[in-house]
Unconditional design. Structure first.
Lengths: 341, 320
């Protein structure tokens, strides 16, 4: 698997290669200034615990960005899903129920929660594909309404008290690798397969480049859109599982600051916001860059807000480098679409 | 849109005793001056074909700079507006420059600068709140004050005057000046605009600078209303402003939108919030209603556009 991953990076595009370089540079720099602290198993484990929530949400954003869309409702969807799971779970099982006793309600609540998140995604898709609303507005609307309903249902309160089984998802590890990270890796891999190896995925990339041409080549564009936003919703749901497990509670407003960060992670990961270009492997590397910066700066004793500022800087720098490459070597670019405008 | 607001207003007038009173309307107006002024800037940005997410961070930085200066060195209201406005223009111009230079969608650049501005501000200030403003900052000057029978004082205070002035100037600027028309042209078709001699770079710096200026002005008004400056009070409300302007008929694709529409969009949100409160609907419902209004409004607009488009195509077919 590692060889395949390495090969994929080597044969990938400019964006992915620069990111890989950036990851290596960060590893060396932080390793040098923080000897014995950064390049340790413990630090890597803690990074692997922190990455999956944002990572899954970023993939949820990425899949729709490939068609040139955007999903502003990801956080609202994740919280709604978390609230559904938490409500059913706390109503049916007591906090100290054994694992065997909580399996039934666990499955039930997770299925219900994921169904809600898929439903929200499908509603987004229907508005975009059949009513013709632009993605940013449709998802802004569902974001507002879903968030409002979540507040209405919970009255803004925190729902907590989960059985052991749910807590293991976000807090335990197998052979030193966090379970949540394994979930993230598997999901990222499956989404990559869907996008790069199936007709559905090919339609997604095609639509990002030229919707009209895709429609005329016989792809049911509307169906693909609805399915894709449904998938995006599902990914939010999976992320919420990990999120409520880590917080041991569900509430409206968890992870609110992630929304705009996921968009940045996607762009940093080499996705073209106009659609058509970008790969999940790039996104994963981009997330790695953000996570390493945040952990490294934290170990150095800087505040989280400085990290926020430096994330902004690194993204602007990466965009500047990509732009400079286009200016200096106009012929080599794979993303020729932007330059013609 | 206007009809809908009138209908809503009439309904509220008959179903609640307090809606159509001068006090209430003035209160609503005062509470939404901040959102209103920001919306005017957002309208210009949307017309130019861009979007700005970072203006809340710009407003916060401008507010903080202004508050620091007047609490420590003193000054007057004009100076407060000048400082906030200058900071706003400066940061906004950075946005405009970056958007033009990087050739990346404005939403990406401004999210990055939102993180940058806000992160730096909190790091530098350590998240400290500012209060204890000088006396002159606590009482807003007003042109005229009328006392109603019930004893409340109504005043045409500075925030309201500023809101009206900003809307009037923006409207004049967009409709009657060459620069304003060029902004429409740039939003409608950037390539065509460039060919007829519009300097896209200058225009972008100008548009985002204007957004920064208005954010700065709005931030002073907000500080004056709540009498505290908190580094995280405004950030997070970016999408509210976008929603208000879009409800007012501006298109995210650029090239369309009017000041009147934006004013109506802001009024709709204001009247709806106020009306629900007066009707005794729990505040938990407000956001659900707002979301529903956004979805219905943009849904109806896009659906009718799509239908209109299809009809035109049919007509062309018939003519051929």
């Amino acid at each position: 698997m590692f060889r395949a991953f390495g090969k994929r990076i080597l044969h990938s595009n400019f964006e992915v290669r620069t990111l890989f370089l950036l990851v290596v540079v960060l590893l060396i720099v932080f390793g040098a200034i923080l000897p014995g602290k950064f390049l340790t198993a413990r630090n890597f484990q803690s990074m692997a615990f922190q990455l999956p929530e944002l990572g899954l949400l970023a993939i949820a954003m990425a899949v729709v960005m490939l068609t040139g869309g955007i999903n502003l409702s990801i956080i609202a969807t994740a919280n709604a899903c978390g609230i559904v799971i938490a409500t059913i779970m706390t109503l049916t099982v007591s906090r100290d129920a054994s694992i065997a006793a909580s399996i039934g309600p666990f499955v039930l609540s997770v299925v219900a929660g994921l169904a809600v998140s898929v439903l929200i995604g499908v509603v987004n898709g229907l508005f975009i594909a059949y009513v013709g609303v632009s993605p940013i507005l449709a998802t802004l609307g569902t974001m507002t309404i879903v968030e409002g309903m979540s507040v209405l249902v919970t009255r803004g309160r925190v729902i907590s008290g989960f059985p052991e089984l749910l807590l293991t998802l976000g807090n335990s590890s197998i052979l030193g690798v966090p379970v949540s990270f394994l979930i993230f890796a598997v999901v990222a891999w499956i989404v990559t397969i869907i996008l790069e190896r199936t007709p559905f995925g090919q339609s997604v990339y095609l639509m990002g480049s030229n919707v009209v041409a895709t429609e005329f080549s016989g792809v049911n564009v509307r169906r693909v859109t609805v399915l894709l936003y449904g998938l995006s919703g599902l990914l939010c749901g999976i992320s919420s599982l990990i999120m409520i497990s880590r917080f041991n509670s569900a509430r409206v407003g968890y992870g609110a600051s992630y929304l705009l960060i996921t968009i940045l992670a996607c762009v940093l990961g080499g996705l073209n916001p106009d659609g058509g270009f970008g790969r999940i492997v790039g996104l994963v590397l981009g997330l790695g860059v953000l996570q390493m910066m945040s952990s490294g700066l934290n170990l150095l004793g800087f505040s989280a807000h400085l990290t926020e500022a430096l994330w902004g800087v690194i993204i602007l720098l990466v965009l500047l480098v990509r732009r400079a490459k286009v200016d200096w070597f106009p012929g080599v670019s794979r993303n020729r679409k932007r330059e013609t405008t | 849109m206007a009809l809908f607001i009138v209908a809503l207003g009439t309904f509220l007038t008959f179903s609640t005793a307090d809606f159509l009173t001068v006090e209430n309307l003035f209160d609503v107006l005062l509470n939404y001056t901040f959102l209103g002024i920001m919306s005017a800037g957002m309208l210009v940005v949307l017309i130019s074909g861009g979007i700005d997410i970072s203006f809340t961070a710009i407003a916060t930085v401008a507010q903080y700079a202004m508050a620091l200066h007047i609490t420590e060195r003193g000054g007057n209201l004009l100076l407060a507006f000048l400082i906030a406005g200058a900071v706003g223009i400066f940061l906004g111009s950075i946005n405009g420059f970056l958007i033009d230079r990087l050739k990346v969608p404005a939403i990406i650049v401004t999210i990055a600068t939102l993180n940058l501005f806000h992160g730096v501000l909190i790091t530098v200030t350590k998240g400290r709140w500012i209060y204890g403003f000088p006396e002159w900052f606590r009482t807003a000057p007003s042109l005229m004050t009328i006392s109603t029978k019930s004893g409340a004082n109504l005043s045409l205070s500075l925030p309201i005057i500023l809101l009206i002035v900003v809307y009037a100037l923006t409207s004049f600027f967009l409709k009657r000046t060459t620069l304003g028309r060029q902004i429409y042209a740039m939003g409608g078709n950037p390539d065509a605009a460039q060919r007829i001699g519009v300097d896209i770079r200058k225009m972008k710096v100008f548009v985002y600078g204007l957004m920064g200026l208005l954010s700065g002005i709005a931030s002073v008004i907000q500080a004056q209303l709540v009498q505290t400056v908190a580094p995280n009070a405004i950030v997070g409300r970016e999408l509210d402003v976008v929603a208000a302007v879009v409800l007012g008929g501006a298109s995210l694709a650029g090239g369309t939108g009017t000041v009147l529409g934006t004013a109506l969009g802001v009024s709709l949100i204001a009247i709806m919030g106020n009306g629900l409160t007066l009707l005794g609907v729990s505040s938990y419902w407000h956001q659900v209603f707002l979301g529903a209004v956004i979805l219905i409004s943009v849904g109806v607009t896009s659906y009718s556009q799509r239908k209109g488009h299809q009809l035109r195509q049919v007509q062309v077919d018939v003519e051929e």
